[in-house]
Design a protein around this ligand. Structure first.
Ligand SMILES: NC(=O)c1ccc[n+]([C@@H]2O[C@H](COP(=O)([O-])OP(=O)(O)OC[C@H]3O[C@@H](n4cnc5c(N)ncnc54)[C@H](OP(=O)(O)O)[C@@H]3O)[C@@H](O)[C@H]2O)c1
Length: 289
């Protein structure tokens, strides 16, 4: 989808990956709806930084709550008329070994990452299907596509559920003009990581490039999945320009498009394997080296 002229909601855009994604979308010509739990100074500062009030709208609210999400989407459509792009980015993180896990820890993680995504999707999808136009990008995590470290069972389970939601919804709405994709960032330099991860330098040393991804680099991947339909020459071109670089930072993406379920997993900088449940598509694209 062309970003210029679109209307986008980015949940959790008061800082980090969400802020960078909102900024990328605004720079690319989208009207952007910003969100975080509360209307804080930080959220208003992002709005000020991103552009004139005529193009930026602030819609605070906790994505864990279904009715609140109805209000966020209503306020977006009242302001800009429709929603073309939804980026489900809002998230929390915490380390807790399973033997100490409390039901509240488990529920809190699922509420924001899984219920939050459902709540927002349920509000925007009918309009997208009706207009036959929409892209939904779910920000998952590398823990959903690669082995996670200890203390992340709740987080990995929730992000894996988000991955399943992405794949299943992509198939369900195939042919409606709505695309559903996911981006699974590796270690990215944001508050969630700086506050939530011990032994950060050791973990960073294991990243092929020897540094964390920046929020801007994840936003660039989000742009890639919004703009590219992953088919034919468009995919190949995009892959050559982008995937080699994002692999080095451990960012994966996956999604469905044009009726095909596509999982893209980078295993080495020069090799991109595309797995599809649609044999003709898998044969056409195959494994590119
Ligand atoms: N950083 C990484 O290494 C990494 C790796 C993989 C995946 N991710 C995922 O990327 C996403 C963004 O992470 P980040 O690193 O940018 O984190 P971050 O800097 O902590 O930002 C999280 C954002 O989500 C908002 N938020 C949290 N709970 C919310 C809720 N219930 N309703 C609405 N907004 C809420 C926060 O705003 P308020 O606190 O003001 O509400 C903030 O704007 C998350 O889904 C995370 O799981 C991050």
């Amino acid at each position: 989808m062309e970003i210029r002229g679109s209307v986008a909601i980015v949940t959790g855009s008061s800082r980090g990956i969400g802020r960078a994604t909102a900024s990328m979308l605004a720079d690319a010509g989208s009207k952007v709806v910003l969100n975080a739990r509360k209307k804080t100074e930080a959220l208003l500062a992002v709005a000020d930084a991103l552009g004139p009030p005529s193009r930026i709208h602030v819609a605070p609210g906790d994505v864990c709550d279904f009715e609140t999400c109805r209000g966020i989407v209503r306020s977006a459509t009242d302001r800009f008329g429709r929603v073309d792009i939804l980026v489900n980015n809002a998230g929390i993180f915490g380390l807790r070994p399973m033997v100490e896990m409390e039901p509240d820890d488990w529920e809190a993680i699922f509420r924001v990452h899984v219920f939050g995504a459902f709540n927002m999707i349920r509000q925007v999808l009918p309009g997208m299907v009706e207009r036959r136009r929409g892209v939904i990008v779910n920000i998952a995590s590398f823990v959903a596509v690669r082995p996670p470290g200890p203390g992340r069972v709740h987080y990995a389970a929730a992000k894996s559920a988000l991955l399943g939601l992405t794949r299943a919804l992509g198939l369900e709405v195939a042919g409606t003009g709505v695309r559903v994709a996911g981006v699974a960032p590796g270690l990215t330099d944001t508050e969630i990581v700086r506050q939530g991860l011990p032994n950060l330098s050791e973990r960073v040393a294991r990243v092929p490039l020897g540094r964390m991804a920046t929020a801007g680099e994840v936003a660039h991947t989000v742009r890639f999945v919004i703009e590219n339909e992953f088919s034919g020459d468009g995919f190949r071109l995009g892959r050559r320009m982008t995937l080699d670089a994002i692999y080095d930072l451990g960012i994966d993406f996956f999604g469905s498009t044009n009726g095909f379920l596509t999982t893209v997993a980078s295993r080495a900088p020069a090799e991109v394997a595309i797995v599809s449940r649609v044999p003709s598509f898998a044969n056409r694209i195959g494994t590119q080296a």
